[in-house]
Design a protein around this ligand. Structure first.
Ligand SMILES: C[C@H]1O[C@@H](n2cnc3c(O)ncnc32)[C@H](O)[C@@H]1O
Ligand SMILES: [Zn+2]
Length: 432
């Protein structure tokens, strides 16, 4: 007996070896996709009639700071350095475990509602992040954000905390939680620290999540300090590999692009955050053209200001087209691949496709909407016309987290009320 059968579905498989299936079925058992096709002999405890709607892999958000829902709209309209150093970091110094817990609960709720089934996170108070992820039912690759600023003692403390978190949480929540090391960036972490992080990550057999070349200021700083840009700097210490997830990657030369592709580095393109902080335009079309694995991420809610991966897909496509004045780059199918297949590859999880033996991480998108009518090309609609509020049902690891717009795993109203109260308390703490 299977657990769930979804019938009457338009299956957007995202599997390069399998075309979309109209009027198809998906059979789910033990957290995995057991069968897909036109029909099935299987029986299940639960049947979902998709009513002709789209069933597709859940979206994978490859760069987030989930707890930063706390700071949604808190410090807008300023450049990265001012934003981080004068607003975000002083505020983060005042947050408690409980603040991060509620912030992450709200992020999980927002992601489940808008069709994200897995995300990569780098933040602080990570035990509370992991607890919220565990309870919500979503999948995540979590890392503690480490910064040493060249201070040897701080480096020891940060690496110890990063390692403790990696060991304690890897594989928890029925395997939904994996862990990574999270050195913040090449201009906030020392050379020696980055070397130690890489060695430890290899030893622990986990991945690394880092910000790279987000600003021109970072590029200039690295050239002044080390005579090379961040990409060459990290190449020289043997940091690069397919175990690395590099966020932003905006200020790249053609040579840098080659290095990232040759080393199989996973890149997270964070288009909305890059636009809002006016950090720059990442050379995504060039990266894809040389075979780099480029995925999509929202970044935190203080620089986006939401976690809607549908918005991220559309914005990524449009910005790239206009920035190089070529409407043929980043066509809809490729953007969908970035948000699903490439994202899953970046996190090292067997998700991102509707395919036998893959994780049952999938969503149903409600097509019975004015802005999705008529529907000539489903992939086009998912990128250019749909938004997160069109997601009707979200399933992760074979468990239904939202059905017919009703979130089951989290108490939505209580989380919203708690965040309203928390944000007021937090502002008075920050100002005191
Ligand atoms: C983990 C730390 O990273 C900080 N952060 C959040 N967004 C960004 C960004 O776009 N660039 C660099 N650092 C960022 C976050 O506030 C944590 O302190
Ligand atoms: Zn970030």
């Amino acid at each position: 007996m299977a657990d769930i059968i979804i019938k009457n579905a338009y299956i957007l498989t995202m599997d390069p070896d399998r075309e979309d299936i109209e009027n198809g079925v998906v059979v789910i058992e033990d957290g995995k996709i057991k069968e897909i096709g036109k029909s099935t002999e299987s029986k299940a405890d639960k049947e979902i009639d998709a009513g002709g709607n789209v069933v597709m892999p859940g979206l994978v958000n490859t760069h987030c700071h989930a707890g930063m829902t706390l700071f949604r709209g808190y410090a807008d309209d300023m450049p990265l350095q001012d934003w981080l150093e004068n607003h975000i970091w002083p505020a983060e110094a005042k947050v408690s475990d409980e603040d991060i817990y509620i912030g992450t609960q709200l992020a999980c709720l927002e992601m489940i509602r808008s069709g994200t089934t897995a995300f990569a996170d780098m933040y602080i108070h990570m035990d509370k992040v992991a607890q919220a992820v565990d309870e919500s039912g979503i999948r995540a690759a979590l890392s503690y954000g480490m910064i040493d600023f060249g201070d040897k003692e701080k480096a020891d403390v940060e690496l110890e905390e990063g390692s403790r978190f990696v060991r304690e949480w890897n594989g928890k929540a029925d395997g939904r939680i994996t862990t990574m090391y999270g050195p913040h960036a090449p201009n906030t972490c020392s050379r020696d620290f980055l070397i130690r992080v890489k060695e430890q990550a290899v030893k622990d057999n986990v991945r690394i999540h880092i910000h790279v070349l987000e600003t021109e200021a970072e590029l200039n700083y690295m050239k002044e300090q080390f005579g090379v840009c961040s990409i060459h700097f990290l190449k020289d210490i043997d940091f690069w590999g397919d175990d690395v997830l590099a966020a932003h990657c905006i200020w790249l030369s053609d040579g840098d692009i080659k290095i990232l592709a040759e080393h199989g580095v996973n890149i997270s393109h964070n288009v909305t955050s890059n636009m809002k902080l006016a950090s720059g335009i990442a050379p995504v079309a060039k990266l894809l053209a040389v075979g780099a694995n480029v995925s999509l991420g929202t970044d935190g809610c203080a620089s986006n200001n939401n976690l809607d991966m549908f918005e991220e897909m559309k914005t990524a496509a449009l910005l790239q087209k206009v920035s190089i004045m070529d409407p043929t780059v980043l066509p809809a199918r490729q953007v969908l691949e970035m948000a699903t297949v490439n994202g899953a590859k970046a996190l090292g999880i067997k998700s991102g496709m509707i395919k036998e033996e893959y994780n049952a991480d999938l969503i149903i998108v409600d097509m019975n909407k004015p802005h999705l009518t008529p529907a000539y090309d489903i992939a086009s609609h998912m990128v250019y016309a749909a938004n997160g509020r069109d997601v009707k049902t979200t399933i992760v690891n074979g468990k239904i987290l939202m059905e017919n717009y009703e979130v089951r795993c989290l108490d939505e109203q209580s989380i919203i009320e708690k965040m309203k109260k928390t944000s007021k308390d937090l502002v008075s703490r920050i100002n005191s």
